[in-house]
Design a protein around this ligand. Structure first.
Ligand code: ATP
Ligand code: MG
Length: 559
């Protein structure tokens, strides 16, 4: 077992070290706060690894808190998938699972508190008027004509809002801060809006819902979060969160620290765009193996450990950057190289008849299960007169640098014999249907023959009489552009039309028939493949996780 690279110190861990050393805190409490309005993606994994990772390293704890303030977009399906994904990544919140909706009562009480303090008011303006009144970076905002309502009037109106006397959007509750504040978030932000909507947890109890900004920091305070870690886009919300903390009787004062989001090239990560890909059937679902969702990545066969290693490698900074997806793929290869057992599979088969091999005979050859882990020993592979090889490994009329099988040329069959192509058999249309070869019994297990002959290539193969059948799906990048959501037009314009290639006719080494859904293996010379969740022993289905490393690809080109 390899040890994942441990996360190195970063500016957030430095701050925590200081807070523990100075006695400001005697333990750390972090949280991961997803909104249950979509499936988690690889970007969330960065935040999960950071928050749960810190809890592990410091012997603290990390809460899972669903920020469920928007009943319109939220769903229990998402709650369940988020829990599953975090567990799969290897983290555990123990008893500390919370919902912002658990605090609706408290938040309402605090809204009333602000009204009584003269720090919040009911505004009758509609969303458009409020937006216009807010001004912009150059110009201050203008006060709402309802800003100076009396405390009594505000209390009465807010109560009526709560009792459902007004329609959606007819009134809002706003903080009374400063309409000329240089930070637009401080210009009397909306605290509560009217939404006559069922909530996935509170049902129809409420028809007013707190805004995310009025919920987030106070939820942290209620849970005694010490370090509230979030992405950079919340940096200019921090003054507002601090204003709430200062102006409300909260039980603790969390410290918010921002870090940069994970971005990957050739990928979109916004939940809105991922939802669009699903709803418009550009992919088969949230867990389509081409999706950057945790469930998609899992289905594709990426090991959780590789994702943790990747997150540790890229580290935590305030610097906005785009990571190369090749880095993630490399992290996947590194783990799978050590852990994935090796098998042979032929994806585009062509039959080879070994004419000097006795008819009806089968022998058992051995091959190592994983050269990285000799303790696993060998596997047994049946060999006989008829085998399949990869169509690409044969060329009738090869260019100079092609060293694999061609007429008159000898190659090594991996873990088996050397064979030489003697005859190309074609059908009426000229299509090659079969190759006739001879083998040399002196080359058993691939060894060199006594006469000093050499071969320049080793190819993989599968017995034609003893093999399993499978459908294999090859995935390529979902987008052809490095930054699909930048520039003109829609990100959908950049979808790769060839991101999925289905090979219905693959032949597998018999040992693969026992592989269970979710297992990832190496098909020798081809890459890593994961048995799909829909794979059964009757109908095997594999997804290509990732190809083998580049140097291997180069070596293959030569060979
Ligand atoms: P979207 O904006 O696409 O709807 P979100 O980022 O708002 O998604 P949340 O469910 O609110 O999604 O995210 C939960 C947590 O994950 C937040 O703390 C957020 O900062 C963090 N997070 C989301 N995306 C990334 C990312 N790409 N890199 C790092 N952290 C992220
Ligand atoms: Mg969010």
């Amino acid at each position: 077992m390899s040890v994942p690279p441990s996360p190195s110190k970063d500016f957030i861990r430095d701050i925590i070290d200081e807070d523990l050393a100075s006695g400001k805190h005697d333990s750390t409490v972090t949280r991961f706060p997803p909104e249950p309005n979509g499936y988690l993606h690889i970007g969330h994994a960065k935040s999960i690894c950071l928050n749960f990772g810190i809890a592990e390293e410091y012997g603290g704890r990390c809460h899972l808190r669903f920020d469920d303030t928007n009943p319109v977009k939220e769903d229990v399906e998402y709650v369940d998938s988020i829990k599953e994904d975090i567990n799969w990544l290897g983290f555990d919140w123990g008893d500390h699972i919370y919902f912002a909706s658990d605090y609706f009562e408290k938040l309402h009480e605090w809204a009333v508190y602000l009204i009584k303090e003269g720090k919040a008011y009911v505004d009758d303006q509609n969303a458009d008027e409020i937006r216009k009144g807010r001004g912009n970076l150059q110009e201050p905002g203008t006060n709402s004509p309802f800003r100076d309502r009396s405390v009594e009037e505000n209390l009465a109106l807010f109560e009526r809002m709560k009792n459902g006397e007004f329609g959606n959007g007819e009134k809002v509750l706003r903080a009374r801060i400063d309409m000329a504040h240089p930070n637009l978030n401080m210009r009397d932000p909306v605290l509560y809006r009217i939404l006559h909507e069922e909530h996935h947890r509170t049902g129809d109890k409420w028809c007013i819902y707190p805004m995310y900004d009025f919920t987030h920091g106070q939820s942290d305070a209620l849970e005694f979060i010490t370090h509230s870690l979030c992405t950079l886009e919340f940096e200019n919300h921090r003054p507002l969160y601090e204003w709430f903390i200062e102006n409300l009787p909260v039980p603790s004062t969390p410290r918010q620290i921002e870090f940069s989001r994970l971005n990957l090239n050739y990928t979109v990560m916004s939940k809105r765009k991922l939802l669009q890909l699903v709803e418009e059937n550009h992919v088969s679902g949230w867990d389509d193996p081409r999706m950057p969702t945790i469930s998609g990545i899992r289905r594709r066969g990426y090991p959780a450990k590789a994702i943790r290693n990747f997150c540790n490698t890229i580290g935590i900074t305030k610097f906005q950057s785009v990571n190369d997806i090749a880095l993630l793929e490399n992290a996947v290869r590194e783990v799978l190289n050590k852990e994935a057992p090796r098998y042979m599979a032929v994806l585009n088969p062509i039959k080879v008849v070994i004419t000097n091999y006795p008819e009806g005979e089968t022998e058992i050859l051995e091959s190592v299960i994983n050269p990285e882990d000799p303790s696993l020993g060998n596997r047994e592979i049946p060999f006989g007169r008829e085998i399949y090889i990869e169509r690409d490994d044969f060329m009738e009329d090869p260019p100079k640098k092609f060293f694999r099988l061609s007429p008159g040329v000898e190659v090594r069959l991996r873990s088996a014999y050397w064979i030489k192509c003697e005859e190309v058999v074609k059908d009426d249309t000229g299509e090659i249907i079969e190759l006739h070869c001879t083998y040399d019994p002196a080359t058993k297990s691939g060894q060199n023959p006594p006469d000093g002959r050499k071969v320049k290539a080793t190819i993989h193969w599968v017995s034609a009489t003893e093999c399993a059948e499978a459908e294999v799906r090859l995935y390529d990048r979902l987008f052809m552009e490095e930054a699909p959501d930048k520039g003109e037009g829609s990100f959908l314009d950049h979808l790769n039309p060839d991101s999925l290639e289905t090979l219905p006719n693959a032949k597998l080494e018999t040992n693969l028939s026992g592989v269970e859904a979710g297992d990832t293996v190496q098909f020798e010379r081809l890459g890593y493949f994961c048995a799909d969740k829909d794979s059964t022993s009757e109908a095997l289905l594999f997804n290509r996780t990732v190809g083998l490393r580049d140097s291997w690809a180069k070596a293959q080109k030569k060979g």
